[in-house]
Design a protein around this ligand. Structure first.
Ligand code: AMP
Ligand code: MG
Length: 326
């Protein structure tokens, strides 16, 4: 069985093709990179509208398959930016209708978890999902993926990108800050905001910008942001693992590419006798392969959607999805 997935919740338009053993046959993408400022939803949607059809062809070429070989088309139904979601959904509907194959709407956060399970071999992990727009600690319990902790304001990646932008770094700021942080070991005080199982980052952003105004070196501020933000994330992830009694931790989302975050979570896991799993970088960021794989799992479990069921949902919650394929 072959599934094609279309991702388009935010800045990345992606198309992936996977088979039923979770072999990723193609995973191509094109990301909006604003010259200045953040992502404008309509501009991002226009970008997706331009690139999605060529990406579908590129994915089929890369996979060495013909579109008529596809058994199912999946797309990211939410959560995300409305105009981007609608563009990806429209592309997916058109493709599925023209190929006369089933169409499956996939929850983007669930897809990060499923591709991690599919490619790393972990079975029942706590997922630390850290991306631009989302920051959640997710685990499977009683038939659903439940959110055990999350950001109360902005995603950790968004915080890194916003700070980077104010500091004059090109988008995305996360990887630039990681490189800068390597040049420092000076920990400056920043708010450590863990509230129960949840985290918050907007206060840290304000405080980090204030440190810059005071003339503190960019390397030191970058180092301090990483140490503080990643310690907060590691703490709530550990608490979720202890609470649900799981011995695997999986990283997902673009920030999961960060070596310092991996080291901190890996150390926490080792201290508990647990294991950490990290998918390859291009399966951590938003990507079409994860949508294809989750769509395939859902289809195989009997999930069927009429076109009217494929309306997008900007606030699609992780725990709304009934997980019938586990
Ligand atoms: P996503 O939203 O999952 O596609 O991931 C994009 C986010 O990941 C952006 O906020 C990036 O700044 C962030 N990101 C990517 N690579 C790194 C890295 N090495 N360190 C920190 N953040 C990163
Ligand atoms: Mg994502």
């Amino acid at each position: 069985m072959l599934a094609l997935g279309i991702e388009g919740t935010a800045h990345t338009a992606g198309v992936g093709i996977v088979d039923d053993s979770c072999k990723v046959l193609a995973n191509v993408y094109d990301m909006v990179r604003p010259e200045k400022g953040g992502i404008h939803p309509r501009e991002a949607a226009n970008h997706h509208a331009e690139v999605l059809a060529p990406l579908v062809r590129k994915a089929a070429d890369a996979a060495g398959v013909s579109l008529s070989d596809l058994d199912v088309v999946a797309f990211s139904q939410g959560p995300g930016l409305g105009p981007c979601l609608r563009t990806a959904a429209t592309a997916a509907r058109a493709l599925a209708l023209s190929l006369e194959v089933p169409l499956v709407g996939v929850n983007h956060c669930v897809a990060h978890l499923e591709i991690g399970r599919g490619v790393t071999g972990c079975e029942d992990p706590v997922l630390l999902y850290v991306s631009g727009g989302n920051t959640q600690v997710i685990a499977f319990a009683r038939g659903r993926y439940r959110v055990f902790g999350e950001t109360l304001d902005i995603g950790v990646g968004n915080m890194l990108d916003k700070f980077g932008r104010e500091a004059g770094l090109p988008f995305p700021g996360g990887p630039r800050l990681e490189a800068l942080a390597k040049g420092s070991s000076t920990l400056l005080p920043l708010p450590y905001s863990v509230k129960g199982m949840d985290v918050a980052f907007s206060g840290m952003l304000t405080a980090a910008l204030a440190l810059r105004t005071l003339g503190r070196p960019l390397e030191d501020v970058a180092f301090s942001i990483q140490e503080t933000a990643f310690a907060m994330l590691t703490e709530v992830t550990e608490r979720a693992m202890a609470h649900v009694g799981k011995e695997e931790v999986l990283l997902g989302g673009g920030v999961a590419r960060n070596a310092r975050l991996q080291a901190m979570v890996g150390r926490m896991a080792a201290d508990r006798g647990a294991r950490m799993f990290v998918p390859p970088g291009d399966l951590c960021i938003d990507n079409g392969a994860m949508i294809a794989w989750t769509g395939l799992l859902m289809h195989r479990a009997g999930v069927r959607m009429a076109v009217r069921d494929t309306v997008v949902d900007q606030r699609f919650r992780t725990d709304e999805v009934e997980v019938t394929w586990r």
